[in-house]
Ligand binder design. Structure first.
Ligand SMILES: [Zn+2]
Length: 262
């Protein structure tokens, strides 16, 4: 069984354009366009059973529409294929009502991408949002790291953990894209999940193995970061970690199932 904890989807009409823009942002070739159909086709090649799907609103005005898109995509998908994570933005006024609305509609958490959304993950105005998420027991997946910016590095994520010890936070990209040293310094042994997405193409295998060993296998989640990567390519990189038996199952689905209460 495989759960892909980190897949992005976009409405068919804008998928190709959105995917291109992200490719330019990361100066990386995008494997796919980000449509739902292509996600299912890419993941089927390695036998993904369930996808946690995300889409970020780059401003407050888009929040409801993006959440509605995720809700409808989850409803349209084959039973049990999608677990939806919504979006939020610090400028969105009635965040409490919106978080309750999306929870009622079946979404399980939210995704934040501070680099695209232009806010610091530990900004005080986000504290009330984290409080509501904690209250609702909704996990938050945070795009973590990227040495080019100062929005969501491991040190800032550690501040959030300090202030919100009961928040379920997933720091994507093994705790900090291109900031793995800082992830090891500030996040290892904290109550925080890491996902493997967009990491293994850049972080040498021994370093990735060390980070996993230090932090603990029960905190690691498999994620593809589709449409950035093709599932087959991510799978090849994942296999290089040499995980087997219960460790492999933990990362591929058991940790995710526990976290999502599946
Ligand atoms: Zn992402």
């Amino acid at each position: 069984m495989i759960i892909d904890f980190h897949a992005h989807i976009y409405p068919e009409k804008i998928a190709a354009k959105a995917s291109r823009a992200i490719g330019e942002f990361y100066n990386a070739p995008m494997a796919w366009s980000g449509s739902v159909d292509q996600l299912l086709a890419s993941g089927a090649k390695i036998g993904v059973d369930r996808y946690v799907v995300h889409s970020a609103a780059t401003n407050a005005i888009q929040v409801e529409a993006v959440n509605n898109f995720i809700i409808s995509a989850c409803r349209a998908a084959p039973e049990g294929k999608f677990t939806g994570f919504g979006t939020m933005h610090p400028d969105f006024e009635d965040f409490e009502a919106e978080l309750k609305r999306i929870e009622f509609a079946g979404l399980k958490g939210i995704k934040l991408h501070p680099d695209f959304q232009k806010f610091q993950i530990d900004a005080p105005e986000m504290d009330p949002v984290y409080e509501v998420l904690t209250e609702l027991d909704m996990p938050v997946l945070v795009h973590a790291g990227d040495a080019r910016f100062d929005f969501s590095g491991p040190k800032r994520i550690a501040h959030v953990l300090d202030k919100h010890p009961d928040l379920k936070l997933i720091a994507a990209h093994m705790g900090g894209y291109t900031e793995w040293q800082a992830a090891s310094e500030y996040l290892v042994n904290r109550k925080v999940w890491f996902d493997t997405s967009s990491t293994l193409w850049k972080l040498p295998v021994p370093d990735a193995q060390k980070l996993i060993r230090e932090h603990g296998i029960e905190w690691i989640l498999f994620g593809s970061d589709y449409p950035m990567w093709d599932h087959e390519d991510e799978w090849k990189r994942f296999e290089q970690l040499g995980l087997s038996g219960s460790d492999k199952d933990a990362v591929l689905y058991k940790n995710a199932s526990l976290l999502l209460g599946l």
